[in-house]
Design a protein around this ligand. Structure first.
Ligand SMILES: *Cc1c(COP(=O)(O)O)cnc(C)c1O
Length: 360
Protein backbone atom coordinates (compact mmCIF):
# COMPACT_ATOMS: atom_id res chain seq x y z
CA UNK A 1 0.00 0.00 0.00
CA UNK A 2 1.32 3.41 -0.93
CA UNK A 3 -0.16 6.60 0.40
CA UNK A 4 0.13 9.58 -1.93
CA UNK A 5 0.54 13.23 -1.05
CA UNK A 6 -2.98 14.46 -1.69
CA UNK A 7 -3.23 18.20 -2.31
CA UNK A 8 -7.01 18.13 -2.68
CA UNK A 9 -8.87 21.26 -1.54
CA UNK A 10 -11.61 19.15 0.07
CA UNK A 11 -12.43 16.50 0.98
CA UNK A 12 -8.78 16.62 1.86
CA UNK A 13 -5.95 14.56 3.22
CA UNK A 14 -6.25 13.28 6.78
CA UNK A 15 -3.44 12.66 9.27
CA UNK A 16 -2.08 9.13 8.74
CA UNK A 17 -2.05 8.47 12.48
CA UNK A 18 -5.74 9.27 12.69
CA UNK A 19 -6.61 6.90 9.88
CA UNK A 20 -4.57 4.14 11.51
CA UNK A 21 -6.34 4.69 14.81
CA UNK A 22 -9.72 4.66 13.08
CA UNK A 23 -8.77 1.39 11.38
CA UNK A 24 -7.77 -0.15 14.70
CA UNK A 25 -11.06 0.90 16.23
CA UNK A 26 -13.18 0.20 13.18
CA UNK A 27 -14.75 -3.15 14.14
CA UNK A 28 -14.72 -2.84 17.90
CA UNK A 29 -14.61 0.59 19.49
CA UNK A 30 -13.07 0.34 22.98
CA UNK A 31 -14.52 -3.09 23.69
CA UNK A 32 -18.06 -2.11 22.75
CA UNK A 33 -18.11 -4.89 20.17
CA UNK A 34 -19.27 -2.53 17.47
CA UNK A 35 -18.08 0.16 15.15
CA UNK A 36 -18.75 3.81 15.97
CA UNK A 37 -20.85 3.99 12.81
CA UNK A 38 -23.13 1.29 14.18
CA UNK A 39 -23.79 2.98 17.52
CA UNK A 40 -26.89 4.78 18.67
CA UNK A 41 -26.19 8.47 18.84
CA UNK A 42 -28.04 8.48 22.15
CA UNK A 43 -26.09 5.64 23.70
CA UNK A 44 -23.46 6.11 26.38
CA UNK A 45 -20.54 5.21 24.11
CA UNK A 46 -21.31 7.72 21.40
CA UNK A 47 -22.29 10.40 23.91
CA UNK A 48 -18.82 10.10 25.41
CA UNK A 49 -17.22 10.38 21.97
CA UNK A 50 -19.30 13.46 21.16
CA UNK A 51 -18.58 15.15 24.48
CA UNK A 52 -14.87 14.43 24.29
CA UNK A 53 -14.69 15.88 20.77
CA UNK A 54 -16.37 19.07 21.90
CA UNK A 55 -14.17 19.34 25.00
CA UNK A 56 -11.04 18.87 22.90
CA UNK A 57 -12.14 21.44 20.32
CA UNK A 58 -12.94 23.93 23.10
CA UNK A 59 -9.53 23.26 24.55
CA UNK A 60 -7.46 23.65 21.36
CA UNK A 61 -9.36 26.74 20.17
CA UNK A 62 -9.76 28.21 23.69
CA UNK A 63 -13.47 28.71 23.05
CA UNK A 64 -15.01 30.89 25.79
CA UNK A 65 -17.86 29.47 27.90
CA UNK A 66 -20.42 31.86 26.44
CA UNK A 67 -20.16 30.13 23.07
CA UNK A 68 -22.00 26.99 21.95
CA UNK A 69 -20.31 24.48 19.71
CA UNK A 70 -22.64 22.73 17.27
CA UNK A 71 -21.89 19.66 15.15
CA UNK A 72 -24.28 19.97 12.23
CA UNK A 73 -24.74 18.70 8.69
CA UNK A 74 -25.43 20.51 5.43
CA UNK A 75 -21.94 21.89 4.92
CA UNK A 76 -20.81 25.47 4.95
CA UNK A 77 -23.38 26.03 2.22
CA UNK A 78 -26.20 25.41 4.67
CA UNK A 79 -24.68 28.04 6.93
CA UNK A 80 -24.97 30.51 4.06
CA UNK A 81 -28.73 30.17 4.70
CA UNK A 82 -28.73 29.63 8.45
CA UNK A 83 -26.80 32.83 9.07
CA UNK A 84 -29.45 35.20 7.66
CA UNK A 85 -32.32 32.97 8.87
CA UNK A 86 -31.08 33.23 12.46
CA UNK A 87 -29.06 36.36 12.85
CA UNK A 88 -31.15 39.21 11.42
CA UNK A 89 -32.84 39.79 14.80
CA UNK A 90 -35.51 42.07 13.34
CA UNK A 91 -33.09 43.95 11.12
CA UNK A 92 -33.32 44.00 7.35
CA UNK A 93 -29.73 44.34 6.26
CA UNK A 94 -26.41 42.52 6.60
CA UNK A 95 -22.88 43.47 5.54
CA UNK A 96 -20.94 41.07 3.34
CA UNK A 97 -17.32 41.35 2.28
CA UNK A 98 -16.80 39.87 -1.19
CA UNK A 99 -13.38 38.33 -1.70
CA UNK A 100 -14.14 35.51 -4.13
CA UNK A 101 -16.17 32.46 -5.07
CA UNK A 102 -17.28 31.44 -1.60
CA UNK A 103 -18.16 34.97 -0.49
CA UNK A 104 -20.25 35.26 -3.63
CA UNK A 105 -22.20 32.12 -2.85
CA UNK A 106 -22.83 33.33 0.68
CA UNK A 107 -24.03 36.67 -0.70
CA UNK A 108 -26.29 35.03 -3.25
CA UNK A 109 -28.01 33.05 -0.51
CA UNK A 110 -28.27 35.99 1.91
CA UNK A 111 -30.01 38.05 -0.77
CA UNK A 112 -32.96 35.68 -0.54
CA UNK A 113 -33.46 36.74 3.07
CA UNK A 114 -32.33 40.35 3.50
CA UNK A 115 -30.78 43.37 1.93
CA UNK A 116 -27.07 42.76 1.42
CA UNK A 117 -24.68 45.67 1.74
CA UNK A 118 -21.40 44.83 0.03
CA UNK A 119 -19.00 46.31 2.57
CA UNK A 120 -16.09 45.79 0.18
CA UNK A 121 -15.37 43.81 -2.94
CA UNK A 122 -12.09 42.95 -4.59
CA UNK A 123 -13.69 41.73 -7.79
CA UNK A 124 -12.02 44.49 -9.80
CA UNK A 125 -8.60 43.12 -8.95
CA UNK A 126 -9.91 39.64 -9.85
CA UNK A 127 -9.98 38.67 -6.20
CA UNK A 128 -6.25 38.76 -5.72
CA UNK A 129 -6.22 40.56 -2.38
CA UNK A 130 -8.17 41.05 0.81
CA UNK A 131 -9.51 44.57 1.39
CA UNK A 132 -7.92 46.63 4.15
CA UNK A 133 -9.92 47.56 7.21
CA UNK A 134 -10.06 51.17 5.96
CA UNK A 135 -11.72 49.97 2.75
CA UNK A 136 -14.70 48.44 4.54
CA UNK A 137 -17.90 50.44 4.30
CA UNK A 138 -19.92 49.02 7.15
CA UNK A 139 -23.61 49.81 7.54
CA UNK A 140 -24.37 50.80 11.16
CA UNK A 141 -27.80 49.15 10.79
CA UNK A 142 -26.43 45.82 9.61
CA UNK A 143 -27.43 42.79 11.69
CA UNK A 144 -23.99 41.26 11.20
CA UNK A 145 -20.87 41.39 9.06
CA UNK A 146 -20.03 38.25 7.08
CA UNK A 147 -16.66 37.45 5.57
CA UNK A 148 -14.53 34.59 4.31
CA UNK A 149 -11.18 34.65 6.15
CA UNK A 150 -9.71 32.27 3.57
CA UNK A 151 -10.97 31.94 0.01
CA UNK A 152 -10.22 28.33 -0.85
CA UNK A 153 -10.36 28.77 -4.62
CA UNK A 154 -8.49 32.05 -5.07
CA UNK A 155 -6.02 31.37 -2.26
CA UNK A 156 -6.72 34.76 -0.67
CA UNK A 157 -6.61 35.25 3.06
CA UNK A 158 -7.25 38.10 5.49
CA UNK A 159 -4.13 38.86 7.51
CA UNK A 160 -6.32 40.59 10.10
CA UNK A 161 -9.71 40.20 11.77
CA UNK A 162 -12.11 42.92 10.60
CA UNK A 163 -13.20 45.29 13.35
CA UNK A 164 -16.95 45.67 13.39
CA UNK A 165 -17.60 47.33 16.74
CA UNK A 166 -20.78 46.03 18.34
CA UNK A 167 -21.96 44.33 15.18
CA UNK A 168 -21.39 40.55 15.28
CA UNK A 169 -18.75 39.21 12.92
CA UNK A 170 -19.67 36.00 11.09
CA UNK A 171 -16.85 34.00 9.50
CA UNK A 172 -16.87 31.15 7.01
CA UNK A 173 -13.70 29.47 8.25
CA UNK A 174 -14.12 26.27 6.25
CA UNK A 175 -10.60 26.25 4.88
CA UNK A 176 -8.67 27.97 7.65
CA UNK A 177 -10.14 26.81 10.97
CA UNK A 178 -7.51 25.08 13.15
CA UNK A 179 -4.67 26.37 10.98
CA UNK A 180 -3.53 28.75 13.76
CA UNK A 181 -4.73 30.13 17.10
CA UNK A 182 -7.52 32.70 16.82
CA UNK A 183 -9.34 34.85 19.34
CA UNK A 184 -12.82 33.32 19.21
CA UNK A 185 -14.15 36.21 21.31
CA UNK A 186 -13.77 38.50 18.31
CA UNK A 187 -16.49 36.59 16.46
CA UNK A 188 -20.24 36.24 16.75
CA UNK A 189 -20.35 33.07 14.67
CA UNK A 190 -17.65 30.86 13.18
CA UNK A 191 -18.63 28.03 10.89
CA UNK A 192 -16.69 25.48 8.87
CA UNK A 193 -17.41 22.47 6.72
CA UNK A 194 -15.25 19.72 8.19
CA UNK A 195 -13.81 18.31 5.00
CA UNK A 196 -10.88 20.70 4.67
CA UNK A 197 -9.06 20.99 7.97
CA UNK A 198 -11.19 19.05 10.47
CA UNK A 199 -12.18 15.62 9.20
CA UNK A 200 -14.46 13.85 6.75
CA UNK A 201 -17.27 15.50 4.81
CA UNK A 202 -20.76 15.44 6.28
CA UNK A 203 -20.01 17.47 9.39
CA UNK A 204 -20.17 21.22 9.87
CA UNK A 205 -18.84 22.87 12.99
CA UNK A 206 -20.58 26.03 14.19
CA UNK A 207 -19.27 28.11 17.09
CA UNK A 208 -21.84 30.68 18.12
CA UNK A 209 -22.07 33.25 20.90
CA UNK A 210 -24.98 32.53 23.25
CA UNK A 211 -26.79 35.84 22.76
CA UNK A 212 -27.09 35.22 19.01
CA UNK A 213 -29.14 32.08 19.55
CA UNK A 214 -32.94 32.27 19.69
CA UNK A 215 -33.74 35.01 17.20
CA UNK A 216 -34.96 33.01 14.21
CA UNK A 217 -38.33 33.93 12.77
CA UNK A 218 -41.46 31.81 13.29
CA UNK A 219 -41.24 30.31 9.82
CA UNK A 220 -37.67 29.09 10.07
CA UNK A 221 -37.66 25.27 10.01
CA UNK A 222 -36.80 23.83 13.41
CA UNK A 223 -33.78 22.02 12.06
CA UNK A 224 -32.33 25.26 10.64
CA UNK A 225 -32.77 27.11 13.91
CA UNK A 226 -29.59 27.43 15.99
CA UNK A 227 -31.79 27.32 19.10
CA UNK A 228 -33.13 23.87 18.25
CA UNK A 229 -29.65 22.58 17.60
CA UNK A 230 -28.18 24.15 20.74
CA UNK A 231 -31.00 22.94 23.01
CA UNK A 232 -30.62 19.43 21.67
CA UNK A 233 -26.82 19.31 21.80
CA UNK A 234 -26.76 18.93 18.00
CA UNK A 235 -28.88 15.78 18.32
CA UNK A 236 -32.28 17.09 17.30
CA UNK A 237 -32.02 14.44 14.63
CA UNK A 238 -29.34 11.85 13.97
CA UNK A 239 -26.05 13.69 13.60
CA UNK A 240 -23.20 12.67 11.35
CA UNK A 241 -21.86 10.32 13.99
CA UNK A 242 -18.85 8.82 12.25
CA UNK A 243 -17.59 12.16 10.94
CA UNK A 244 -18.02 13.60 14.45
CA UNK A 245 -15.91 10.74 15.85
CA UNK A 246 -13.23 11.24 13.20
CA UNK A 247 -13.14 14.98 13.89
CA UNK A 248 -12.60 14.09 17.54
CA UNK A 249 -9.59 11.95 16.61
CA UNK A 250 -8.19 14.88 14.62
CA UNK A 251 -8.64 17.23 17.60
CA UNK A 252 -6.68 14.76 19.75
CA UNK A 253 -4.00 14.52 17.07
CA UNK A 254 -3.68 18.32 17.13
CA UNK A 255 -3.40 18.30 20.93
CA UNK A 256 -0.70 15.60 20.84
CA UNK A 257 1.22 17.61 18.28
CA UNK A 258 1.49 20.90 20.11
CA UNK A 259 -1.91 22.47 19.51
CA UNK A 260 -2.68 25.34 17.19
CA UNK A 261 0.52 27.22 17.95
CA UNK A 262 2.53 24.32 16.58
CA UNK A 263 0.14 23.92 13.64
CA UNK A 264 0.56 27.61 12.80
CA UNK A 265 4.34 27.37 12.88
CA UNK A 266 4.44 24.39 10.53
CA UNK A 267 1.73 25.80 8.26
CA UNK A 268 3.49 29.10 7.92
CA UNK A 269 6.77 27.38 7.16
CA UNK A 270 5.16 25.13 4.53
CA UNK A 271 3.43 28.06 2.85
CA UNK A 272 6.51 30.27 2.93
CA UNK A 273 8.62 27.58 1.25
CA UNK A 274 6.12 27.08 -1.51
CA UNK A 275 5.59 30.79 -2.21
CA UNK A 276 9.34 31.32 -2.18
CA UNK A 277 9.77 28.56 -4.75
CA UNK A 278 7.11 30.22 -6.90
CA UNK A 279 8.52 33.73 -6.53
CA UNK A 280 12.11 32.64 -7.11
CA UNK A 281 11.22 31.26 -10.51
CA UNK A 282 10.08 33.00 -13.67
CA UNK A 283 8.30 29.83 -14.71
CA UNK A 284 5.69 29.71 -11.93
CA UNK A 285 3.55 32.53 -10.66
CA UNK A 286 0.90 33.31 -8.08
CA UNK A 287 -1.27 36.41 -8.63
CA UNK A 288 -2.19 37.10 -5.00
CA UNK A 289 -0.84 40.16 -3.18
CA UNK A 290 1.88 38.90 -0.80
CA UNK A 291 0.12 40.10 2.37
CA UNK A 292 -3.09 38.30 1.35
CA UNK A 293 -1.62 34.95 0.42
CA UNK A 294 -3.28 31.92 1.92
CA UNK A 295 -1.36 29.52 4.14
CA UNK A 296 -3.75 26.75 3.17
CA UNK A 297 -4.49 26.97 -0.55
CA UNK A 298 -1.69 27.95 -2.92
CA UNK A 299 -2.73 28.46 -6.54
CA UNK A 300 0.01 28.83 -9.12
CA UNK A 301 0.23 28.87 -12.88
CA UNK A 302 2.92 27.71 -15.28
CA UNK A 303 4.36 30.20 -17.76
CA UNK A 304 2.99 28.02 -20.53
CA UNK A 305 -0.46 26.54 -19.82
CA UNK A 306 0.13 23.92 -22.50
CA UNK A 307 2.49 22.25 -20.07
CA UNK A 308 -0.17 21.88 -17.37
CA UNK A 309 -1.10 18.35 -18.38
CA UNK A 310 2.53 17.22 -18.44
CA UNK A 311 3.14 18.77 -15.02
CA UNK A 312 0.11 17.03 -13.54
CA UNK A 313 1.10 13.70 -15.10
CA UNK A 314 4.63 13.90 -13.77
CA UNK A 315 3.37 14.93 -10.34
CA UNK A 316 0.97 12.02 -10.27
CA UNK A 317 3.76 9.59 -11.19
CA UNK A 318 5.61 10.79 -8.12
CA UNK A 319 2.61 10.38 -5.87
CA UNK A 320 1.65 14.06 -5.77
CA UNK A 321 -2.01 14.19 -6.67
CA UNK A 322 -5.05 16.49 -6.98
CA UNK A 323 -2.98 19.51 -7.95
CA UNK A 324 -5.20 20.71 -10.77
CA UNK A 325 -6.40 24.25 -10.14
CA UNK A 326 -10.04 25.24 -9.94
CA UNK A 327 -11.52 25.75 -13.40
CA UNK A 328 -12.17 29.42 -12.60
CA UNK A 329 -8.49 30.06 -11.88
CA UNK A 330 -6.68 27.48 -14.01
CA UNK A 331 -3.16 26.21 -13.45
CA UNK A 332 -2.44 24.36 -10.23
CA UNK A 333 -3.55 24.60 -6.65
CA UNK A 334 -1.78 22.96 -3.75
CA UNK A 335 -3.95 22.72 -0.66
CA UNK A 336 -1.65 22.27 2.28
CA UNK A 337 -3.86 21.87 5.33
CA UNK A 338 -2.64 20.71 8.75
CA UNK A 339 -2.57 17.07 7.67
CA UNK A 340 -0.26 17.69 4.68
CA UNK A 341 3.20 16.76 5.97
CA UNK A 342 6.03 19.16 5.33
CA UNK A 343 7.71 16.37 3.30
CA UNK A 344 4.79 16.58 0.88
CA UNK A 345 5.48 20.25 0.28
CA UNK A 346 9.20 19.55 -0.07
CA UNK A 347 8.44 16.86 -2.66
CA UNK A 348 6.22 19.27 -4.60
CA UNK A 349 8.91 21.94 -4.62
CA UNK A 350 11.52 19.41 -5.80
CA UNK A 351 9.21 18.42 -8.65
CA UNK A 352 8.62 22.06 -9.58
CA UNK A 353 12.34 22.76 -9.75
CA UNK A 354 13.02 19.66 -11.84
CA UNK A 355 10.09 20.32 -14.15
CA UNK A 356 11.19 23.90 -14.76
CA UNK A 357 14.72 22.78 -15.54
CA UNK A 358 13.44 20.43 -18.22
CA UNK A 359 10.76 22.62 -19.71
CA UNK A 360 11.57 26.29 -19.26
C1 LIG B 1 -15.51 24.23 0.70
C2 LIG B 1 -16.01 25.56 1.13
C3 LIG B 1 -17.39 25.85 1.20
C4 LIG B 1 -18.45 24.85 0.80
O1 LIG B 1 -18.53 23.86 1.74
P1 LIG B 1 -19.67 22.75 1.68
O2 LIG B 1 -19.39 22.01 2.95
O3 LIG B 1 -19.43 21.95 0.45
O4 LIG B 1 -20.98 23.42 1.68
C5 LIG B 1 -17.78 27.10 1.63
N1 LIG B 1 -16.88 28.02 1.99
C6 LIG B 1 -15.55 27.79 1.92
C7 LIG B 1 -14.59 28.87 2.32
C8 LIG B 1 -15.09 26.56 1.48
O5 LIG B 1 -13.77 26.32 1.44
Amino acid sequence: MARVYNFSPGPATMPNEVLVQAREELLDWHGSGMSVMEMSHRGKAFMSIAEQAEADLRDIMAIPDNYKVLFLQGGASMQFAMAPLNLLRGKVCADYINTGSWSKKAIMEAKRHCHVNIAATTEESKFTEAPAQAQLTLDPNAAYVHYTPNETIGGVEFAYVPQTGEIPLVADMSSTILSRPIDVGRYGVIYAGAQKNIGPAGLTVVIIRDDLIGHAGENVPAILNYKTQAENDSMYNTPSTYAWYMAGLVFQWIKRNGGLTAMAEINQRKARKLYTAIDDSTFYSNPVAPESRSWMNVPFTLANAELDAAFLAQASEQGLVTLKGHRSVGGMRASIYNAMPEEGVDALIALMVAFEKHNA
